[in-house]
Design a protein around this ligand. Sequence first.
Ligand SMILES: Nc1ccn([C@@H]2O[C@H](COP(=O)(O)OP(=O)(O)OP(=O)(O)O)[C@@H](O)[C@H]2O)c(=O)n1
Ligand SMILES: [Mg+2]
Length: 428
Amino acid sequence: MDIYLVGGAVRDALLARQAQRPAGSHFDRDWVVVGATPEAMTAQGFLPVGKDFPVFLHPQTREEYALARTERKTAPGYHGFHFHTDPGVTLEEDLARRDLTINAMAVAQADADDPAGAPLIDPHGGQADLRAGVLRHVTGAFAEDPVRILRLARFAARFPTFTVAPETLALMQDMVAAGEVDHLVPERVWQELARGLMEPRPSRMFEVLRDCGALARLLPEVQRLWGVPQRADYHPEVDTGVHLMMVLDMAARLGASLPVRFACLCHDLGKGTTPADVLPRHIGHEVRSARLLQAVCERWRVPRECRELADVVAREHGNIHRSTDLNAAALLRLLERCDALRRPERFADVLLACECDARGRLGFDDSAYPQRDRLQAVLAAALSVETAPIARAVQQQSPAPRNPGETIAAAIATARTRAIDTMRSAAA
Ligand SMILES: Nc1ccn([C@@H]2O[C@H](COP(=O)(O)OP(=O)(O)OP(=O)(O)O)[C@@H](O)[C@H]2O)c(=O)n1
Ligand SMILES: [Mg+2]
């Protein structure tokens, strides 16, 4: 059997030589095995992964070794696959069924430690496309797997200077028109969206999805935001879709976590359903955003952490932006609505998402967002109140209050309000 290194490890080694990526940035290595049978693999100690894919794990390194294969589609969507693998499938045949030319290059296993300096097996011009910065499909086999539309969009977010080859965009448009993205399983869609959100330029993923028509199918709530105006005095970029892209790229620039980036994606969804006669104002869009994001989360089975943060950010981002004018009692109510006292780390994420929103506007990218530090200080003041002595004092009251629970809660709120006030006069 012959073993080759393929996919991302080869691509990234060549990119590192072009100094687009730091050397050694790729840890996940994919291998392809030619001239072997599943039986020969297990006989050598490789462990089969799943029953659908002819893929094995190396007994020591745990890296993936896939038997060279060709794929044929049997039904729409991600489940509709039929693999053909036998020892006669060549490396070239295996490379031809891969998604992008930059991912369809291989080097022999003996050269795997220095792929960039080794003879390259590159039948589809992957190296030239890598140099030119082009995302291009290898063959018509691209259309056999609609997840590849999402993968390509994610690679655009990872390599933001890369463009999509016109023929590849046309192919993706045809796939979308044929209903190919309507049958994707939620887990795969979310996995790719989540990865794309975590890349250096998430906006590129959404641009590509929008250009090929997939965004309208997968996330119509997001698609709708282009063409929706906002008030130019708050939003010099005016267009809501443009704003959203700036917010996402700001989240990447500030190194935000996935939940924060997802909250950024969903915070203004409600602007897409603002009645035309009130535009460019968006009164009450926060509640509509919160409702729409639930639909998105159901559809793609978005994990709870992302969903909960997005809900708070959707509801409260306007109040947080305007928090400068709030008095101590109103600030405490804001903290309580955000559940900040019980979940201070999550509140930090809420504030970061709000900063991304504020700085994701034309001309504001280097502006300060003082609300963030200020509300952190407000929270610290509220948390500094010791609640146990307050509860004890109420319990020792005589005559006992009619509703001790409520009395304790009110006394704690009063003490916290006072602490916030004291902090504010000290800071002023
Ligand atoms: N739907 C898919 C998934 C994967 N591949 C092929 O399998 C390789 C390995 O897949 P994966 O590890 O998911 O992607 P990488 O390109 O290695 O990128 P990275 O691991 O850096 O995300 C890809 O390069 C590509 O050749 C494909 O053609 N179609
Ligand atoms: Mg890989």
